[in-house]
Design a protein around this ligand. Structure first.
Ligand SMILES: [Mg+2]
Length: 366
């Protein structure tokens, strides 16, 4: 089998309604929420094809340039099933191009999708299936008041979610008080997690981490930018709550290794196709973490995350975003709070978007 064409197709992404926000300092969905998306499609001489979806600022320009300048010259005529070779080649090309992290793994995702379609298997099975369902945690956006957060938590429990993760205001004292109030509100048994979205420096991260330790939070995620492994190691020494690190740092599994070896990822590391170099990089990250006996928790929801959650042995939950004070359960999560394994071959493009004719057959039915 040979790659015969590589294409980019524009797709509009409607804004989230109602819009939502993140911690102070970060753009909310209205400013950040992408209105432009692209599908990267890889086709072959045997008629099997595969695709990857991407939607960040400048997506069409970035992926368009990549296809023209990098993917077509490098990959046309090659065997699409040699994913390790392609992955290794991407790191070589990255040395000079310095690809943006979220696009590094796009071709890898498309090649896994293609391989799944060629084999007639969902990719989580092709990667070595681990499970057919997994609990989903409710991952909140940032709401205005403590009362709203507690009310959202009650609704999440009512809807079947077995665990809750907060994205709060990015104010160490206020966030600490909220975390304690939420523990009080839900009782001792429920898994609670906190995600700082890199809003703090070390002193504030320690202050907040002590409250999370007192309230017995399951993990403490990304309180600081992940550029200083040393700062994370100091934090790990200062607080008891286990740290979940290395979500956004560059270098994929190679960088995650340093966080773990430094004792700076005491719960484990984040993994994702988007920020760890495609499905291949995400699985390498998971295997690396497993060898150190820590977890690899999948960052974000969506189709690639669903497959990773079913393929990674050392992972706990699927992340299901709750964006409104009137909580609705994500359609892929059932009333017992479980995500079930995808069944269609490949990965599939996310459902519900107005895809152009040429790639419509690659999307999951809405
Ligand atoms: Mg996070």
């Amino acid at each position: 089998m040979k790659i015969t064409h590589i294409e980019v197709h524009a797709v509009s992404v409607p804004p989230v309604d109602p819009p939502f926000r993140w911690r102070a300092g970060l753009p909310g969905s209205a400013e950040y929420g992408p209105s432009e998306g692209v599908v990267l499609r890889v086709g072959t001489d045997e008629g099997v094809d595969g695709a990857a979806f991407f939607s960040r600022l400048g997506a069409r320009d970035v992926v368009g340039h990549l296809v023209e300048r990098v993917y077509r010259p490098e990959y046309l005529g090659k065997d699409p099933l040699l994913r390790e070779w392609h992955y290794d080649r991407m790191w070589e090309l990255d040395r000079l191009h310095e690809f943006p992290l979220p696009v590094f793994g796009l071709i890898d995702i498309a090649l896994w999708d293609l391989a799944g379609r060629a084999a007639g298997l969902p990719v989580w099975k092709l990667m070595g299936g681990m499970r057919e369902s997994i609990p989903a945690y409710a991952s909140t956006v940032t709401f205005d008041t403590t009362e709203q957060f507690l009310d959202v938590a009650s609704q999440c429990i009512e809807l079947g979610y077995p665990a809750i993760k907060l994205h709060a205001w990015g104010d160490a004292k206020r966030d600490a008080a909220l975390c304690l109030a939420l523990r009080e509100h839900v009782g001792d048994e429920m898994d609670l997690m906190y995600d700082g979205s890199a809003g703090f420096d070390l002193p504030d991260a320690i202050y907040l981490g002590k409250a999370l330790s007192d309230a017995n939070y399951r993990w403490y995620e990304e309180p600081m930018r992940e550029f200083s492994v040393n700062a994370y190691r100091e934090l790990a020494r200062a607080v008891d709550v286990p740290l979940l690190s290395a979500e956004t740092s560059d270098g994929a599994y190679m960088n995650s290794a340093d966080f773990i070896a430094a004792g700076a990822a005491t719960f484990g590391v984040r993994t994702s196709a988007g920020l760890r170099g495609g499905m291949t990089g995400a699985m390498r990250t998971a295997h690396l973490a497993d060898s150190f006996r820590v977890r690899a928790e999948v960052h974000g929801g969506g189709v690639t995350a669903e497959h990773l959650c079913m393929a990674i042995s050392n992972t706990t939950y699927y992340e299901s975003l709750v964006t409104s004070t009137a909580v609705t359960r994500e359609s892929v999560v059932d009333a017992d709070g479980l995500l079930h394994a995808p069944t269609e071959p490949g990965i599939a493009l996310p459902p519900g978007l107005a895809y152009p004719e040429a790639v419509r057959h690659l999307a999951r039915a809405a």
